[in-house]
Design a protein around this ligand. Structure first.
Ligand SMILES: Nc1nc2c(c(=O)[nH]1)N[C@H]1C(S)=C(S)[C@@H](COP(=O)(O)OP(=O)(O)OC[C@H]3O[C@@H](n4cnc5c(=O)[nH]c(N)nc54)[C@H](O)[C@@H]3O)O[C@H]1N2
Ligand SMILES: Nc1nc2c(c(=O)[nH]1)N[C@H]1C(S)=C(S)[C@@H](COP(=O)(O)OP(=O)(O)OC[C@H]3O[C@@H](n4cnc5c(=O)[nH]c(N)nc54)[C@H](O)[C@@H]3O)O[C@H]1N2
Ligand code: SF4
Ligand SMILES: [Mo]
Length: 714
């Protein structure tokens, strides 16, 4: 354990326990020390938190990290397993919980077939738990249906990286290279609120004279850095990039030698852009031609540059192709594989990177192997000691699993590390689907909105108590060791999977007694795969400050910059793809005249289950709000601070209004951190990207209605 009781040398005070840990929230994975001082005057231990020096956060913490201990120490934490009887939860033992789950899952599978049960994971799980969840689905339950919340997060960027480069690692370069880039494009990424401890990399770049382009329908803390802010109409980024590409090409700012030696498909792209009308692009995107031109010339002329994308451009029906267009821009100018030249898909969740590599995705086996590929099946089956024919085929994406529950095809579901009722699009259907299940099991730290619907709820350990590796947004694998014992009856995610598997007769294949033992198997299972962790060990992670994958051998130092010599496709070339200008899937009309987009605020994390239980964070943002432009607010007679009803074709929410000129006039913005009547996903469109099955979260057509009378007053 990494905790250390000590006497404070300066003050001579006894009883300070130092817990060395890592933030449970976003993909930066800031290292920190939580100092618990017992015997303070208030009677409750006083807690202080300090950032710890490391290569990503450089010792910084944001307000969420500073306060994460509050939810971990909350009285609302689940203490013991619960079962629902007559609509109420009662306490049960682990033995009863496991027996019920085993018995009911087995019955469902016997009557309706193996695929009648599903598993649903998350990007907060450690690599070890995510790996084991995938193995549990394929080996213990032998169902094809497993997917995870990262489908809503990284699938567009990940699949685009795979197609263009042959590999998906969030950042192709080290964070330290950002500060020397001459031009930075930040597209649909609000780093100031979502990865705040990374901001200094960008402010340093600015101080060094970098030209910064921000693409976002809103002015944000991030756009405050911009030399050009393209306040794009939501859902039209692909067209905007076509405009930039056309200008770069017309001005001869392409790197012919790079294109010739290292890419393929350029002629098709060029041909595709020949007839592009820049005025039409400007109208479609709601951005003036001069600004598009300024941005294109700045990026095209810079000798070094990096492009970052996040959910603002990715969470669309054409998210995959939009990212590919950003990669086209990067490739035509040859800005990759060199210092301060590269791409960053700004990964979201704490283990959003590792969580998408080791098999909790519908089509995937560990090490980024594919479940439909014969060689991959054979290799992983040999590691797992099973016949490859026993491995199921690929399943469907997260939201499609919800549709299968709604249709009665999936009848039992095990959720580990997600709150799907708040985070899936079209929450109305999702709620109905979950209610129709014969068995819903939720493993969580808290009684989340989804756990409230469950038949069985299992209490899990938090970041302070659970050892495991997390792969941060750089592709750097970090070890987070348990800093204290598991509270009450909670168990580690991986531990309950092992015990459940044993009950299902698969004990031998899940005989792990520590996270490290699982990692040892994961190393082998990933060996030779795209995400090769074979050269990484816990010892090494303790000695070094994290290791970048791919790391194929113990002697390998890890890969800090990708694509210096070749791309990861067998022929070593990167691939261009012509991308169409698209109109958003759901257009505004007289009934639904405004565009709704959504995202995050600094203080809260995802569905808010954890941060809403932290008093310091909850106090800063107590309820959901809709951002709206003053002219639009006047048009719809909506006052600042008043309650407003928002309707889409799928549902209704009620939130408070924040009038601000920082947003486009045709767009409103509502964060995603609240459930119930404040859940923005009651409104969102579940249309899916054909390449990666990412939902069209970021564009829905809505109408507004002020709530009048005493109730609605500011
Ligand atoms: N505070 C906080 N930090 C977080 C999280 C959190 O919940 N809270 N979540 C973590 C996770 S899992 C993730 S995935 C990341 C997400 O990180 P981001 O993707 O940066 O977060 P979002 O706020 O969803 O979206 C970013 C920006 O996209 C803009 N946007 C909306 N629609 C469009 C569009 O059509 N085009 C363009 N160009 N921009 C658009 C929004 O106005 C917003 O400012 O953050 C991580 N960090
Ligand atoms: N409208 C809209 N919807 C979105 C998005 C958006 O931008 N707009 N963003 C999408 C994105 S990018 C994401 S990542 C998803 C996230 O969606 P969710 O996965 O639903 O979000 P979380 O709130 O992180 O849910 C995690 C749950 O797991 C619990 N938990 C935390 N740590 C652990 C652990 O170690 N083990 C277990 N068993 N449980 C744990 C938490 O208490 C919480 O209840 O939402 C997506 N939904
Ligand atoms: S939320 Fe992200 S930036 Fe903030 S402390 Fe945690 S890991 Fe660091
Ligand atoms: Mo995410």
């Amino acid at each position: 354990m990494a905790s250390r009781d000590q006497v404070d040398q300066d003050t001579g005070r006894e009883g300070i326990t130092e817990l060395a840990t890592q933030c449970p929230f976003c993909s930066v994975q800031c290292k920190m020390t939580v100092m618990v001082e017992c015997g303070s005057s208030a009677g409750r231990p006083a807690i202080r938190v300090e950032g710890t020096m490391n290569a990503a956060s450089e010792g910084r913490l944001c307000v969420k990290g500073m306060n994460a201990h509050q939810h971990a120490n909350s009285r609302e934490r689940l203490q013991y397993p619960l079962a629902k009887r007559d609509g109420e939860f009662i306490r049960i033992t682990w033995e009863e919980a496991f027996a019920t789950i085993q018995e009911r899952l087995t019955t469902i599978q016997q009557i309706h077939g193996r695929d009648a049960v599903g598993l649903y994971g998350g990007g907060s799980l450690s690599n070890e738990s995510a790996y084991l969840l995938g193995k549990f689905a394929r080996v213990a339950l032998r169902t094809r249906y497993i997917d995870y919340n990262g489908r809503f997060c990284m699938s567009a960027a990940a699949s685009a990286g795979m197609k263009t480069f042959g590999i998906d690692r969030g950042l192709t370069n080290r964070l330290a290279e950002i500060q020397d880039a001459e031009c930075l494009i930040l597209a649909g990424t609000n780093i100031a609120e979502c990865q705040p401890t990374l901001m200094p990399y960008f402010t340093r770049a600015k101080d060094n004279g970098a030209f910064i382009i921000v693409i976002d329908p809103r002015e944000t803390g991030t756009s405050a850095l911009a030399d050009v802010h393209l306040k794009v109409k939501p859902g039209t980024d692909a067209a905007l990039v076509n405009g930039m590409l056309k200008i770069v090409m017309d001005e001869g700012l392409v790197d012919q030698s790079f294109i010739r030696k290292r890419t393929k498909g350029f002629e098709e792209l060029k041909h595709h852009l020949d007839g592009l009308d820049l005025d039409a692009v400007s109208v479609l995107c709601g951005v003036d031609r001069a600004s598009i031109r300024r941005a294109a010339l700045a990026y095209g002329r810079a000798s070094t540059g990096m492009i970052f994308t996040a959910r603002g451009v990715e969470q669309h029906v054409d998210g995959h192709m939009t990212v590919r267009n950003f990669l086209n821009l990067l490739l035509v100018t040859g800005k990759i594989g060199r210092p301060s030249c590269g791409y960053g898909a700004v990964t979201g969740q704490g283990n959003g990177q590792g969580g998408r590599e080791h098999g909790q995705k519908a089509d995937q086996l560990p090490g980024y192997r594919l479940i439909e590929n014969e060689q991959d099946r054979e290799y992983v089956a040999s590691v797992w000691g099973i016949n490859p024919a026993e491995l199921p085929g690929k399943g469907v994406s997260a939201y499609e699993m919800m549709e299968l529950m709604h249709a009665g095809d999936i009848r039992g579901l095990f959720v580990m590390g997600s709150n799907p009722i708040v985070s899936n699009p079209n929450a109305g259907l999702v709620e109905e689907g979950l209610e129709r299940l014969e068995l819903l099991v939720v493993a969580d730290i808290f009684l989340s909105e989804t756990a409230k619907l469950a038949d069985i709820v299992l209490p899990v350990t938090s970041y302070l108590e659970n050892t495991g590796t997390m792969t941060n947004l750089e592709g750097r694998v970090l070890l987070r060791e348990a800093a204290r014992a598991a509270p009450a009856e909670s168990k580690h995610d991986w531990q309950m999977l092992c015990e459940l598997a044993a009950g299902l007769g698969q004990g031998e294949r899940f005989a792990f007694r520590s996270a490290e033992q699982i990692f040892e198997e994961l190393r082998i299972a990933s060996r030779g795969g795209i995400a090769d962790y074979y050269g990484i060990t816990y010892d090494r992670l303790r000695r070094e400050e994290g290791v970048y994958w791919p790391c194929p051998s113990l002697e390998h130092e890890g890969t800090k910059r990708l694509f210096e010599e070749r791309f990861a496709h067998p022929d070593g070339l990167a691939v261009f793809a012509p991308v169409d200008n698209r109109r958003p899937e759901e257009e505004t009309d007289v009934d639904y005249p405004l565009i709704l987009t959504n995202g995050r605020v600094l203080e809260h994390y995802l569905t808010g289950v954890q941060t809403r239980r932290s008093p310091s964070l909850a106090a800063r943002a107590i309820e959901n709000v809709m951002e709206i432009h003053p002219r639009t607010a006047r048009k719809y007679r909506i006052e600042d601070g008043a309650l407003v009803r928002i309707d889409s074709r799928r549902g209704t929410v009620v939130v408070r209004t924040r009038v601000t000129s920082k947003i486009r006039e045709d767009t409103v913005f509502v964060p995603m951190h609240w459930g119930g009547i404040q859940n923005v996903n009651r409104l969102t469109n579940p249309a899916l990207d054909p390449f990666c099955r990412m939902p069209d979260f970021k564009v829905s057509a809505v109408r507004l209605e002020p709530i009048t009378g005493e109730e609605g007053r500011p």
